[in-house]
Design a protein around this ligand. Structure first.
Ligand code: NAG
Ligand code: NAG
Length: 386
């Protein structure tokens, strides 16, 4: 096993963890693990089990990097914004209302780190931990983590989780498992992937609104309050209305940009522009494409398949433009060199957020796992041209 000197020096703070966790599976000189297949190349780091780069073919035949991230792997743990770029938050992703949930009549209190709510399990979430590399081949990598009882406040019982990322013919596959080892505990996981299918290289705009977005099986979505917490109500988007991405394959992501309700559509008393919500995937045939994100500029189209019952869509309203596009594979030098508001979209296949507190949705069985029970998610993205 060999590490470059710079990698070892830069990793001093986390040296023990990094060295132990990559034993037998050395990354490249830049600290990233690379897997590839025809038409696709993906790179990862153990921190957060994070996808750092995803190269797919654009309409000019060039390989472009369509996810957000950084060249420098040591920036991930210290990034003050830490938007959970393409990592696995856990053991319970997204929000838990009022930092509370109950199992078998016992109430548990979780850390309120997002207003009145818990986000991504609080400040010891999985996306901030170094995972172990437990398998590696040319087209596949597995990361594993042991989450000890109460290591994130209010989540009891040990959980062991693994994510296997693999690539095949322009497709990126994600398989996540998590085993509850001791006692009943909530588990809800996702790959928190941020896309800009133009790699910030469209000279006309770095905003995401000219992408098209189609969710053919998702006319219903969860109503959310001003803190982006689901209220419990399930609403139906009328064709052409602000939250409609079901009625046509040609809807621009920003089709409702001029609607006065667009500003404030994701809450924060009007401060959140666009989308930060959950769309149900209903009555989709097995293995159907349930979401297509595409860009005319690059010509790239990304098709989602998942066994999950819905998807979180977040249009990067909280990117305030102070963060640089810290990738040599993205931006246009002087132009498009900041991650500005609404310049990306996070798409997260997962179970209903805060389903542990909404028994009326009937998700408890899918979100609470007792000893010996296993959480499984299988999701994939296939890339092609529009
Ligand atoms: C996750 O944990 C880190 C490290 O403790 C913390 O800084 C961050 O705020 C947490 N994430 C969220 C979404 O709260
Ligand atoms: C769980 O962890 C918190 C700190 O995060 C601590 O205050 C609490 O006492 C712990 N609970 C148990 C039952 O160990």
């Amino acid at each position: 096993m060999r590490f470059s000197t710079t990698f070892i020096m830069a990793a001093v703070a986390q040296a023990a963890a990094v060295v132990r966790q990559t034993e037998g599976f050395a990354p490249g000189a830049d600290g990233k693990y690379t897997i590839s297949a025809p038409g696709i190349k993906a790179q990862f780091i153990p921190y957060g089990a994070t996808l750092t780069n995803l190269f797919v073919r654009d309409k000019n035949g060039d390989d472009i990097d369509v996810v957000l991230g950084y060249d420098d792997i040591d920036y991930y743990p210290v990034d003050p914004g830490h938007p959970v770029y393409n990592a696995i938050p856990g053991r319970y992703a997204n929000r838990i209302g009022n930092g509370k949930y109950s199992i078998d009549g016992v109430e548990y209190t979780t850390q309120k780190n997002d207003g009145d709510n818990t986000l991504h399990s609080g400040t010891n979430n999985w996306s901030f931990r170094f995972w172990e590399v437990t398998a590696l081949s040319e087209d596949s990598i597995t990361f594993s983590i042991l989450d000890k009882s109460n290591s994130s406040q209010g989540f009891f019982g040990d959980v062991k989780s693994s994510v296997t990322y693999s690539v095949t013919d322009s497709t990126w596959k994600i398989k996540i498992t998590a085993d509850s080892l001791d006692q009943k505990t909530p588990i809800l996981l996702t790959q928190h992937t941020y896309f800009n299918l133009d790699a910030y290289r469209n000279p006309a705009t770095s905003l995401i609104w000219d992408h098209t977005l189609h969710l053919p099986y998702s006319s219903r979505y969860l109503e959310a309050d001003q803190g982006a917490l689901p209220t419990g109500k399930i609403l139906t988007a009328a064709p052409g209305s602000i939250n409609d991405f079901a009625s046509s394959a040609n809807l621009k992501f920003g089709h409702s940009r001029d609607d006065p309700k667009f500003q404030g559509n994701c809450g924060a008393n009007g401060a959140c522009e666009g989308y930060n919500g959950y769309w149900l995937i209903e009555d989709a045939p097995e293995d159907a494409v349930v979401l297509t994100l595409a860009s005319e500029f690059s010509g790239v189209k990304a098709e989602l398949r998942t066994d999950q019952p819905g998807v979180v869509i977040y249009s990067c309203s909280w990117m305030d433009g102070s963060a640089d596009v810290k990738k040599s594979t993205q931006g246009l030098g002087e132009k498009n060199n900041k991650v500005v508001k609404s310049s990306c979209v996070a798409i997260e296949a997962q179970d209903y957020p805060d389903g542990i507190n909404k028994p009326e949705w009937g998700r408890l069985e899918k979100q609470i796992f007792g000893p010996g029970e296993r959480y499984v998610q299988e999701t994939s993205w296939t890339f092609g041209l529009v």
